[in-house]
Write a protein that binds this ligand. Sequence first.
Ligand code: ATP
Ligand code: MG
Length: 583
Amino acid sequence: MKNVTLEKQAEGSVQTAITDPSRPSDFIRDIVATDLKANKHEGRVVTRFPPEPNGYLHIGHAKSICLNFGIALENNGICHLRFDDTNPTKEDIEYVESIKADVRWLGFDWQDKLFYASDYFEQLYQYAVQLIQEGKAYVDSLNADEVRAYRGTLTEPGKDSPYRSRAVEENLDLFERMRAGEFAEGTHTLRAKIDMASPNVNLRDPVMYRILQASHHRTGDTWCIYPMYDFTHCVSDAIEGITHSICTLEFEDHRPLYDWFLDELRTPCHPQQIEFARLNLTYTVMSKRRLLQLVEQEYVSGWDDPRMPTLRGLRRRGCTPEAIRSFCEHIGVAKRNSTVDIAMLEHEIREDLNKRAPRVMAVLSPLKVVIDNYPEGQVEELDAVNNPEDPGMGTRKVPFSRVVYIEQEDFREDPPKKFFRLAPGREVRLRYAYIIKCVGVVKDERTGEVVELHCTYDPATRSGGTAENRKVKATLHWVSAAHSLPAEVRLYDHLFTTANPDEARDFTTVLNPNSLEVLTTCQVEPSLASATPGSRYQFERQGYFCADPDSSPGKVVFNRTVSLRDAWAKVEKAQKEGSMRDE
Ligand code: ATP
Ligand code: MG
């Protein structure tokens, strides 16, 4: 049989997707536009995406990536990819590589602007020395508990450490010896000398350096002191000449510190930090710590488990980069935290796959149907449309023969009201084929379960036949038993049973025990023999599915990306009706 190529899934160009003039602006794009107009940075726009290499990227990161790379692209600017790799105990080269691959997969290009904060360790050290020399940083020798006790609370000011008044020379000597590895972890820190009574706790002499006897994935054992995030981040931005340093809202209270370091150091460039609301999704946890826990405690099969909100997981599930970018565009960028309905993401995925995914027939829970009056041994090759949304995707041949499988749920021996599918004495159409009528039911003698149906077909109802337009109430998908291929299908549901798993005392207690259902006896049409991992399809009447890398030559494995039912469309419709009522 001719093998039709059903691949029409090339990932589109991000340039066209994001420079769409109809894209609405947002407060960050407005700031950038104003700065450009005022020639604030000589017309330059330089942004950065700064992941910590301590986990895989998730859909929340995608929001930040689309924003940072998007703004650069729209303004002839450039977006750097910078690894904020200052915590060697949690970081790994595996994460670095996965992050690079995932940013590329999402469709973005950092050109030659790949940086690592660890490349600035020497420069950072020199900047720290400068602050010590100017009396703006000191080596503290309180232990962690004492530091905490001296810090005060949100309502009470902190107290000065007894070491705060150390002389510059002593500080320089101690800091050098910290670097030389003379001290144990936890014995000393370098702190900025700002204000222990500041209402902003971030300004109460924040730690700049700590001793960590840990090997770094890039600098090896060169360092045993590591700079803290708040010190590293702003200085790295300044070194790279970033114009707009976009971060999430939890860093708003860190901005005065960001500015303090850059002002005190008189860096040649002072990037502007701008905060936006991070993405939260219902039925999803997004913190990397929690995602790591799901992986390590084997609640999921890995970072790329199709139930994970990671880019790897979404990709394996069948989601395209275009769908993710479109989602990020539609959720917008705001300054107030909120939670997005996961149905909206599913809606974007569906919209995207509807355009690109070829239709095929697959029976997930097969029920055997023998067509008694169809000639034994006869096979007809019927024409089936690959995508009604896109005639250019052509047609394929689907074999039809005397024994077919239909979906168990498409038959009821005793049909309830409004069940219009197959039942004894009833007629339905088999898609692209004939109208059949159920004339007999075979049951398992012991269990009473229906194991086989007998039907007759009406030869005149084939497409092109004299009764091709005869109406019946239902059209079913099917496969020819002699030609279909066995397949495994993995159905996914939300990973959590509650919309806000982060609110649970322990988020693992609200994991959905039924988030994965594996169907092992599915039968799919023969054209799917060529389904390579990553190929995406619409299984007619079922949903969108993607071939999994677990597929083997004898058995293709499919992941259900999303079902056809669009919960978001319903939400939108209800909202619309609600607002019409309000008017
Ligand atoms: P987590 O809190 O899950 O560990 P993180 O913020 O520490 O995440 P980073 O690797 O530091 O993870 O993130 C890199 C960038 O992505 C940061 O600029 C961060 O603000 C942004 N980011 C992370 N999570 C989200 C999110 N849910 N929505 C939008 N941006 C995010
Ligand atoms: Mg972070």
